[in-house]
Ligand binder design. Structure first.
Ligand code: RIB
Length: 272
């Protein structure tokens, strides 16, 4: 069975729930106790791919600390094979997440060990899917994408947070996944990917012109949008690994993204 190999970040999300997000210079009070949840775009996407039925390997890096150990155990417990470097003297990545009552969020990431992730993907096979985001160094993603392409694996890159990728890597991405903001940054750069999938949140997504409608979620059911894009990417990769066509993969992805906003945290049962 084809695998989804996720190369990416693992973060401890320190989450504060507030009524409205603070403006610059403003202090607001949390409306619930702070929680410590599993996150990071890589980890979120790996969990989403596994929950969508894929055989998943997670490639990344954690610190030699309690959070790194807990996350490694968590991944294994969700059926994901953790291929993680343990970096000494650097903490596991941390994200400071603020979630408003509307479900909107603001996030600051301290990369920690994620900055030391390596392209440990030499065992990729034809038909596998390599899924990357850009919370690990771009040159590591580029090296992994080139290895994957040589092996005949499919390369899916979620350019989040946005960073410029080498032209040959952009050409390998099938697809490059961006949200509307990242799509604007990509357009401003003048770079052209081989295949482009733009997500529009509740309004759906478009992959090289093939559209899928969003799955409607009533406003009162939107609890937290953190990780919705990751759920989309993970489910998309799982669908592509099992051979679904674009339209089917897009529908799976849109459904997973919609499901994600109905729960608090970036992953199901996210306590770390
Ligand atoms: O995409 C959501 C994720 O972004 C959070 O889990 C946080 O860790 C940041 O990486």
């Amino acid at each position: 069975m084809a695998r989804v190999v996720v190369l990416g970040s693992l973060n401890v999300d320190i989450v504060a729930h507030v009524e409205t997000l603070p403006r610059p210079g403003e202090t607001v009070a949390a409306v619930r106790p702070i929680v410590r949840l599993a996150g990071g775009k890589g980890g979120n996407q790996a969990v989403a791919a596994a929950d969508a039925g894929a055989n998943v390997v997670m490639v990344g890096a954690v610190g030699d600390d309690e959070a790194g150990r807990a996350y490694t155990v968590r991944l294994a417990g969700r059926g994901i094979f953790p291929r993680l470097a343990v970096v000494h003297g650097v903490p596991t990545g941390t994200a400071f997440v603020t979630v408003a009552a509307s479900g909107a969020n603001a996030i600051v990431v301290a990369p920690g060990a994620n900055a030391q992730a390596r392209a440990e993907v030499a065992d990729l096979l034809e038909g596998d899917v390599l899924l990357c985001q850009l919370e690990v160094p771009v040159e590591v993603v580029a090296a992994a994408a080139r290895l994957a392409a040589r092996a005949g694996a499919r390369v899916v890159i979620n350019a989040a947070p946005y960073a410029a990728l080498p032209a040959d890597v952009l050409a390998l991405a099938d697809p490059l996944v961006v949200n509307e903001v990242e799509a604007g940054q990509l357009a401003d750069s003048g770079a052209v990917p081989g295949s482009l999938l733009v997500t529009f949140g509740a309004a759906g997504a478009s992959w090289d012109g093939e559209r899928v409608d969003g799955v409607p979620v009533p406003a009162q059911q939107v609890l937290d949008t953190t990780g919705a894009g990751d759920a989309f990417c993970g489910a998309l990769a799982a669908a592509l690994a099992r051979g679904d066509d674009r339209a089917t993969a897009l529908r799976w992805a849109a459904t997973a993204g919609a499901d994600a906003v109905r729960r608090v945290g970036a992953q199901p049962d996210p306590q770390l």
